[in-house]
Design a protein around this ligand. Structure first.
Ligand code: HEM
Length: 415
């Protein structure tokens, strides 16, 4: 449990914490595409649920690998999500223009209450389960069309560019009201933002392009009365124009790469697991449970989620200082044996399944209902349409992608 620290015990805790903890570096190398980095799992076993982590700039903060501690931290306002205080556990030049700098207008993922609440509230109704369910027929139509197009192609087909990426891209365009013809522009820019290799200048330029694109579309919505999210934002007096632009860019970028990555990795996994495929082809009542297990097991938020301590406090006998950076390693948290029975087993029947793939607390993913619906429909329709879907290369030859999210770069398939 996170507790407020009585000042008298701070000295004792500091001494024992100092003695017991050698900082680790954040491990990212994976042996299997479906499992967390083995070194991360070892750290979780040897030093979890929380231990010292050295950041690329030499700062020594904290690494969280246990689910209970993760929930405590992510639901505690004494841990800030403000980007000017954030540190990433892995050096990414493309993050340099944003991380450690004040949040861009509208980017509520990088804000604390009350600003976070004010901005998140403007889109919460549109992203609620009730509203998202109404999108089901459109999402089904988008997926059917992509499958029709895929079926006409000569194999091998790259499942990522033919299906996993266009589906969420079309869906987020539909939700926001961004013309799909602009997708190559924003996909490319969005890739630079999350890339491990893009330079700071390229990422700043990509953000500039995305903002320009949205500003231009928002202008057209002012006079159109369009019933989409951008149309709503164009008339929302609770948002400034810059906030509406930033918020839209946040939804556009967060809303397609994440789902694309999860569809790709889930399909890769299910191709090798007849029991999982069978659920998608012939056990409709079990689909939502299997999608939850895929979200837990594959946890694509490779670098975890960052927070910063605003107060001195004690967690599990460790003294956290004001300004300490904390990384909640979601891939490890979702395999925590204290919270999940046989966590390294993919369990089709797992229940309950209180995973943290969408985070926890006030920043829990705003797009989770949309993401779940897309995954359920996309994976079911994919395997129903192509029940014999298989790889055309050996599993180790599938190139993995380690940009902002863990996934596969390409997935050559036939049927
Ligand atoms: C499988 C797909 C997805 C995964 C795994 C995922 C995961 C996450 C996680 C872990 C967070 C928490 C970040 C933090 O605590 O700092 C988050 C936040 C967020 N996600 Fe998602 N996400 C997915 C899909 C989506 C979609 C489809 C959208 C948009 C429609 C979206 C929009 C957002 C936004 C706006 C936030 C910030 C919420 C806040 O700060 O209050 N995500 N997501």
């Amino acid at each position: 449990m996170t507790e407020r620290c009585p000042l008298s015990s701070i000295g004792e805790v500091a001494e024992s914490a100092k003695a017991s903890n050698d900082p680790v570096e954040y491990p990212t190398d994976r042996l299997s595409p479906f499992d967390p980095p083995p070194v991360l799992s070892q750290i979780a076993t040897d030093s979890g649920p929380i231990c010292r982590l050295v950041y690329p700039d030499g700062h020594v903060g904290w690494l969280v690998t246990g689910a209970d501690v993760a929930r405590d931290i992510l639901s505690d306002d004494r841990f800030s999500a403000r980007s000017e205080l954030k540190r990433a556990p892995v050096l990414r030049p493309s993050a340099a223009p944003f991380i450690g700098k004040p949040a861009l207008p509208g980017w509520f993922v990088d804000m604390d209450r009350p600003e976070h609440t004010r901005i998140r509230r403007t889109v919460s109704e549109r992203l609620s389960l009730r509203s998202i369910r109404k999108m089901t027929p459109r999402i089904e139509a988008i997926i059917n069309l992509q499958l029709d197009l895929m079926a006409k192609r000569e194999t091998p087909v790259d499942l990522i560019s033919a299906f996993a990426l266009p589906v969420p891209t079309l869906v987020i365009c539909e939700l926001l009201g961004v013309p799909y013809e602009r997708h190559t522009e924003f996909q490319k820019a969005s890739r630079s933002l999350f890339s491990l290799t893009a330079s700071a200048a390229e990422a700043a330029d990509a953000m500039h392009q995305l903002e320009g694109l949205i500003r231009e579309i928002l202008k057209t919505k002012r006079h159109s009365g369009a019933d989409d999210l951008l149309g709503q934002m164009a008339h929302d007096h609770n948002l400034s124009e810059d906030e509406a632009v930033g918020l839209s860019v946040l939804l556009l970028t967060a809303g397609h790469e994440t789902v694309a990555g999860t569809i790709g990795l889930s399909a890769f996994f299910a191709i090798q697991r007849p029991d999982v495929r069978k659920v998608f082809t012939s056990q409709p009542d079990s689909i939502s449970g299997v999608v939850e297990e895929l979200l837990r097991y594959l946890t694509i938020f490779h670098h975890g989620v960052p927070r910063t301590a605003l107060e001195q406090l004690v967690i599990r006998d460790h003294l956290i200082q004001v300004g300490d950076s904390v990384t909640v390693a979601l891939p490890a948290v979702n395999r925590d044996p204290a919270s999940f029975d046989k966590p390294h087993l993919f369990d089709l029947q797992r229940s309950p399944n209180k995973h943290l793939a969408f985070g926890y607390g006030i920043h829990q993913c705003s797009g989770q209902h949309l993401a779940r619906l897309e995954l359920q429909i996309a994976l079911a329709k994919l395997f129903q349409r192509f029940p014999t879907l298989r790889l055309t290369v050996a599993e180790p030859e599938v190139p993995l992608s380690h940009a902002g999210f863990h996934g596969v770069e390409t997935l050559p398939v036939t049927w």
